[in-house]
Design a binder for this molecule. Structure first.
Ligand code: NAD
Ligand code: APR
Length: 247
């Protein structure tokens, strides 16, 4: 384990450009629940199709907004953990060398210093219109947040959380930037993701095919382990400082 850490540290020290692909496990030690961890995962307690799909939102927007209000409060109360801080401090020391690509909708990478982190699944603290406003394209969602569920008093258009739901495409420009970043990376650290959801999970094989050294940082096995050169069995808040402090 110490040997594996040391060789990975050397690879990172020599990497002109490298990437992180993070998932919910990155924020677990900040107290934000993951989705698929046994027992504690959100999807073992809630129905993702009811709470994280457009159909579920249209069927009962108030219920979905109640659930997201709770997740937003959790994100606001959370602090970046030692893993986020190690990545943010590295980015301050080496501007432009590290691209953080995250599936997470919290803002902990940004608050820790990776202000240009690519968020594939949106921003749980943001909101946007559910439908394009037929009456006034200049209408802005933050005028409508008072209603419950938040909606436009003038045309009834609902406001939705600014996250990517099941079955929805990822923001193209963000995913395109993520693909370009992994194509140019010498190393990809895959931190805290089960690799269960596409197309985000496909970035791991893409990096590997492009010649990156791929290391998985996860206490458990994941669905992308077979695309990796090495798997470090540990948590984000312990492994990332051990890898990056002093680089
Ligand atoms: P999905 O099953 O709809 O697949 C998303 C896209 O990836 C689709 O275009 C699909 O064709 C493609 N895809 C699926 N399997 C693939 C494979 N094996 N190889 C290549 N492409 C594949 O994805 P989903 O799980 O329904 O979720 C859609 C998006 O919404 C995901 O990115 C997911 O992470 C996100 N999401 C976000 C939240 C949230 O709370 N922020 C909750 C649920 C889902
Ligand atoms: N450090 C590192 N990894 C951890 C930690 C930790 N402290 N705790 C848990 N993990 C790992 C788990 O072993 C698991 O492999 O984090 C992973 C969490 O996986 P998921 O809960 O599936 O989260 P994620 O992979 O981000 O889900 C992908 O699915 O529901 C959608 O859009 C949602 O972005 C999410 C996507």
């Amino acid at each position: 384990h110490a040997e594996a850490l040391a060789t990975l540290r050397e690879r990172l020290a020599a990497a002109p450009r490298w990437c992180v692909l993070s998932g919910a496990g990155m924020s677990a030690e900040s107290g934000i629940a993951t989705f698929r961890d046994a027992m504690s995962g959100l999807w073992s307690r809630f129905d993702p199709m009811q709470l994280a799909s457009e159909a579920g939102f249209r069927a009962d927007p108030a219920r979905v907004w109640d659930w997201y209000a709770e997740r937003r409060a959790g994100v606001r109360a959370a602090q970046p953990n030692a893993g986020h801080r190690a990545l943010g401090a590295y980015a301050q020391r080496h501007p432009g060398r590290l691209t953080v690509i995250t599936q997470n909708v919290d803002d902990l990478h940004q608050r820790a210093g990776n202000t240009d982190a690519l968020r594939l699944h949106g921003d749980v603290l943001g909101e946007r219109w559910l439908d394009r406003c037929r009456r006034d394209p200049g209408c802005h969602p933050d005028w409508a947040l008072a209603g419950s569920p938040p909606h436009c008093e003038r045309c009834g258009n609902l406001v939705r959380p600014d996250v990517v739901w099941f079955g929805e495409p990822l923001p193209l420009a963000v995913f395109d930037a993520a693909q370009r970043a992994v194509d140019a990376a010498a190393v990809l650290l895959v931190v805290g993701t089960s690799g269960a959801v596409w197309p985000a999970a496909g970035l791991v094989a893409r990096a590997h095919r492009a010649g990156a050294w791929v290391a998985i940082l996860n206490p458990e096995a994941s669905e992308v382990d077979d695309e990796a050169d090495q798997c470090l069995r540990g948590t984000a808040a312990t492994l990332l400082p051990a890898l990056l402090d002093g680089l």
